[in-house]
Design a protein around this ligand. Sequence first.
Ligand SMILES: [Zn+2]
Length: 465
Amino acid sequence: MKLTIHGAARQVTGSMHLLEVENYKILIDCGLDYERDRHLHTNEDFPFNPADIDVVILTHAHIDHSGNLPTLIRLGYEGQILSTAPTADLTELLLLDSVSIFMNKAHKGRKHSRNRGKQSNSSQPLYLQKHVMDTMERFVTIGFNKPFRLTGDIELTFIPAGHLLGAAAAVLKINDNGEEKTIAFTGDIGRKNYPVLNDPEPLPAVDYLVSEATYGGRYHTKGKTVEEALVETIDQACIKEQGRLIIPAFSIGRTQSLVFALNKIFSSGLLPPVKVFVDSPMAVMATRIFRKYHYLVNGEAQEFYNKKGDEFEFDNLTYVETLKDSRQVSNYFEPCIIISSAGMLEGGRIQDHLFYNIQNYYCTILFIGYCAKGTLGHRLLRGDPIVHIKDRDLAVYATIKQTDVLSAHGDHDDLMANVLSQDKNKLKNVFLVHGETSSMEALAATIEEAGYRATVPEKGVDYIL
Ligand SMILES: [Zn+2]
């Protein structure tokens, strides 16, 4: 069989891996690559004919894993998309959100071209709502830990990966010309003790592992719980300074974990009540999906629900749905916490909140997730004194803070633990994807020190397994 890493090779976004067994072609993930192409149109250049793919397996809903599926279908893919049920529901939300981001960009692009008297195609939407609907029709959902036959020779099992509701590692058991081979694609690997989510489950013994490497060579801060880190920042920003705390957060996953952590803090009296706004219609829809699959949340969240009620609701919490109400949040002058998206600040209502607050000394912006290079979030984190928001250059007077307690990825030690749980005599190679080159090299070195083989694959190179 043959493995080709077509995306997230020596970079984080754009996960897309092709596994060929004889003539049967399995595509694992089909994500958007937004690191190399600001206009996204290189995402249309598939290095294979989409019509030739037999099946797609989706590890989880994040857009860097799912976001190019509608393009694949628009360009001729006719088969099924296999995922867990929550992944299918969350993917629909994320893809529809992508369409609105494309439409906004297209609108701005047309305005820009008109002003310059030129015609431009570079800001055309990559796909439309109807392509998302076509995509959703292809989903076939499979439960965790339930082997599913793709062909007489290939069996797929989804193993819970933590990270996001529904996220899974895809384990393929393959009869390759009479020889049994097992390969696992980790998707993204979550962390232990993460609010709301279950811990990642160990993988069975495999011959090949395609592992994410986002936090290769990096370690999460130890010794502080999510609640302790949040209490410290909220106390400073909202109680002592009587200011605002803005937390850019992905609406799906991160926001629900954050809301549950805040619920625990305020319901146990660790801090006096502070008004919390979750300003994101998508977060409201995502929270509904979390409620629908409540049987998949972790024991702590289940227990909280049984004893204290809904983990995503509390007295001082307001979910803001309409744009009109969102504008009212800017007129709320008491200390408050505003949670809004997008997490990397590349659009969404968070841009309005930044626009009005970035020059406010009594505002703290707390980053809780990864910000890819080239995003506004990345520019703020590296300390740019002036940033461009909504066609204006604004000086940054707000306090910029970052914490990794809510990072949904395992760190170097977690990634290594995943490898070390494997049988050294069986595991033939670990292919590293989904990380910057330095992270992959650091992780590859530790894997090899431990006596395993590791490869940092180049994009588009075939590996015969
Ligand atoms: Zn992810």
